[in-house]
Write a protein that binds this ligand. Structure first.
Ligand code: GLC
Length: 735
């Protein structure tokens, strides 16, 4: 409708109806009247009237269910204001793509954008209008379970991904085939102390602005319609009540005029954080920070009206929030079509095929070959012992694949048998994922206490069968990794190595003397130092999604040459966390001679075991002849950087050439390496290509000692490499 009509509608709303728009409830509250008594709302003490006024629904899914909820709601709505349906469509709806941590290893924003376009179409065809995606929290600590949902430890790379995801979700604005995007979790949620979920976050403003803000900002600049506040504090004030963060930075500085939504019950949690004495104070703190929607708590529902009437809050706060929500509903065309994309995906078949192909391509390109002594690629005629808890598991979609069509998920066993033939792939589970599941808790329909466990006797037999099978096979492929509940939300862990029971099996398999290929399924960087010598190859597959089996099988057999490169650092040990390649020199950097009085550990290297940007392929490459067209850079000009890359292997392949800089001396300490650009190119065997980059003054800007943002004259190194460790270096000066 026109803005004037919307304004007229707004003017007819009562205060209670306006407050209703600020409330988001679980879909169970709308299923039927009795749910208001026995459903989730009952726990919130929200009555049927407030439910009938509420503005949005959390995680309803299925076109029929969404249609029914909306239809009933519209019949009862005095002013005919439709519900907004919001869901966690994080990296797929029914068709699941690789987890963002895996997508991050593709270094391919264009592909990710296409993925999210398809994801949006599939979800919108069920009537979903908003997704709580992209997650854009910068990875710093592998102990934190939600690394799974984040695409990188680097702000430059993460920003490109966040922007690509938002643009993909928007799908050129095709109503009913696009989703409004909600970047989360603003801000700095991944920097929780000790990597422990929901813990506090304390850091200097410069660290926030240099590293954690850019990806959220990129999403905002790409037009994401919502921003979700994180569960964490920022320097003592919870994000959901933090006026500096939301009003000053997000709204005033970045010009964001969209919707701010709290995370699940995070408004109420202001009480448990200890900054609000009760729900009334929590509601006041959040609305005055301009949080527009209270997700699944009763604070706004029960207190805003009273506070507005008695002047404890300005009614304008409610008006502003309500108006922003109505504007989104209007932009999505809901007043004309409250059912949005319900069953709109007419060409289901063709779009399904395209989605599956994209999911497979993305899974292939997300896999990272971490080690290979030549055992890979496998030969089709080899007799393979496929062993491990993930070999025949559909749990390869990761924790947030809450709407996955599990029947479509292709296991590794199925895919390898399809490719190599039934007789060449012999399967043995070998062991459970874990010795114990009870401490994992439940997540959605994944219940820790219903996970099948082998008895002690069964476990002995399973291990023996696996070892015997390995002994009579040509090669072992072990499909192992974290249990699906060991990462994702509330999945923080102090031990980020392979689970003990799987390590034990691996060591037994090693004793057979057979070549072992480890295929890893996990939602975080893992500490692999204690098992890397037990494997002749390691393929990092993350949680690869619906087409994971096909993707991995095509890589194992060399149909696809792996091209994934890590977008996060893999440590030797959890003790190194938080770990990033973006580190500072310190006053005493480690010396070759292992001098004691330097910044190092006595029992572990400082560096990553597998560094940021690292990955192997089936071809080899040679990067050489780094050259600059000038050594002095003036603002408004650029330096042309060139080098040559040759495929010195025997198969075609893709390389990701990375450009880093180092600001040698600044008004504040500067990282020893910063990614500023990258190029992805394909090369035939023996082919050489020239790679070129431009260095500009803008690339050299940072938050200076006086907290102004800009560059400073001085000397810089420029590096290029195929990862962040093996680099060619040149020097230039900014005048
Ligand atoms: C969860 C997550 C958030 C998600 C929200 C709604 O607790 O923190 O990422 O979007 O609740 O499910």
């Amino acid at each position: 409708m026109t803005e004037s009509k919307l304004e007229k509608l707004f003017s007819e709303m009562t205060l209670k109806e306006k407050i209703g728009q600020l409330i988001q409830l679980e879909s169970g509250c709308f299923a039927s009247e009795q749910s208001a008594v026995t459903g989730p709302a009952a726990k919130l003490g929200i009555d049927q009237e407030m439910i009938s006024n509420s503005g949005s629904v959390l995680n309803a899914f299925g076109a029929e269910k969404i249609y029914q909820i909306q239809k009933k709601y519209m019949e009862e709505s005095r002013l005919g204001i439709p519900l907004l349906f919001m869901n966690d469509v994080i990296y797929g709806y029914h068709t699941i793509f690789p987890i963002p941590l895996g997508l991050g290893a593709t270094w391919n924003s264009e592909l990710i954008q296409e993925d999210f376009r398809e994801i949006a179409k599939e979800a919108a065809s069920d009537g979903i209008m908003v997704t709580f995606s992209p997650p854009a929290d910068l990875i710093r600590d592998a102990r934190w379970g939600r690394c799974l949902e984040m695409a990188s430890e680097d702000p430059c790379l993460l920003s490109r991904y966040a922007s690509a995801m938002v643009t993909g979700l928007h799908n050129d604005g095709k109503k009913g085939e696009c989703l409004a995007a909600c970047v989360k979790h603003f801000a700095g949620y991944s920097a929780v102390e000790a990597g422990r979920e929901y813990n506090s976050v304390d850091m200097g403003e410069r660290m926030l602005r240099e590293n954690y803000f850019p990806a959220y900002k990129a999403a905002v600049e790409s037009g994401c319609e919502l921003v979700m506040t994180g569960f964490n504090t920022i320097n003592g004030i919870p994000a959901t009540g933090n006026q500096w963060l939301v009003k000053e930075v997000l709204r005033k500085e970045w010009g964001f005029d969209g919707i701010v939504i709290s995370d699940y019950a995070a408004v109420e949690e202001l009480i448990t954080h200890g900054v609000a004495e009760n729900e009334e104070q929590a509601a006041k703190m959040a609305i005055e920070a301009t949080v527009d929607i209270d997700m699944q708590s009763s604070c706004y529902a029960l207190w805003l009206e009273k506070m507005a009437e008695n002047g404890k809050i300005a009614e304008q706060q409610v008006n502003d929030a309500c108006w922003r929500i109505l504007c989104l509903k209007n932009r999505l065309g809901l007043f004309e079509n409250p059912y949005y994309g319900c069953n709109k995906l007419s060409d289901k078949e063709s779009s399904e095929e395209k989605r599956i192909c994209l999911a497979r391509e993305s899974a292939e390109k997300s896999c990272v070959l971490l080690k290979n002594d030549g055992v890979l690629p496998l030969k089709k005629e080899q007799k393979v012992a496929l062993i491990g808890p993930y070999a025949d598991s559909r749990d390869i979609t990761g924790l947030w694949a809450v709407f996955a069509d599990r029947e479509k998920t292709v296991t590794l066993k199925k895919a390898m048998k399809e490719y190599a033939g039934e007789s060449r792939i012999a399967y043995a589970k070998g062991c459970d994922f874990l010795d114990e599941y009870s401490n994992l808790g439940n997540f959605g329909n994944i219940k820790a206490d219903s996970i099948p466990k082998l008895t002690e006797e069964e476990a002995k037999i399973a291990e023996m069968e696996a070892v015997d099978l390995a002994a009579i096979s040509d090669v072992v492929v072990m499909a192992a990794g974290e249990h699906i509940l060991q990462s994702g939300e509330a999945g923080s862990r102090t031990d980020i190595s392979l689970p003990e029971v799987q390590k034990k099996l691996l060591k037994k398999l090693r004793k057979t003397g057979k070549k072992i290929v480890l295929v890893l399924f996990n939602g975080r960087p893992m500490a692999l130092n204690d098992i890397q010598d037990d494997c002749d190859a390691i393929l990092e597959a993350w949680f690869p999604g619906t087409e994971g089996g096909h993707a991995i099988s095509r890589i194992l057999y060399g149909v696809t040459n792996p091209s994934g490169r890590l977008s996060v650092s893999f440590p030797y040990s959890a003790g190194q966390e938080p770990l990033s390649y973006l580190r500072f020199s310190t006053g005493r950097p480690p010396q070759e001679n292992n001098e004691r009085f330097t910044s190092r550990y006595l029992d572990c290297p400082n560096e990553a075991l597998f560094p940021f940007g690292y990955g192997l392929s089936y071809h080899s490459s040679n990067l050489k002849n780094l050259r600059l067209d000038k050594k002095m850079l003036k603002a408004g000009e650029h330096i042309q950087v060139e080098a040559e890359i040759t495929n010195t292997g025997t198969v075609a392949g893709t390389e990701t050439i990375q450009l880093y800089i180092r600001d040698i001396c600044g008004s504040v300490v500067r990282p020893v390496l910063e990614l500023k650009d990258f190029r992805q190119i394909s090369l035939s065997p023996g082919e050489t290509k020239i790679i070129s980059f431009q260095i500009t003054e803008e690339m050299l800007r940072f938050w200076r000692s006086d907290m102004s943002y800009g560059s400073e004259p001085g000397k810089f190194y420029v590096f290029i490499g195929l990862n962040s460790r093996d680099l060619l270096k040149e020097e230039f000066e900014l005048l």
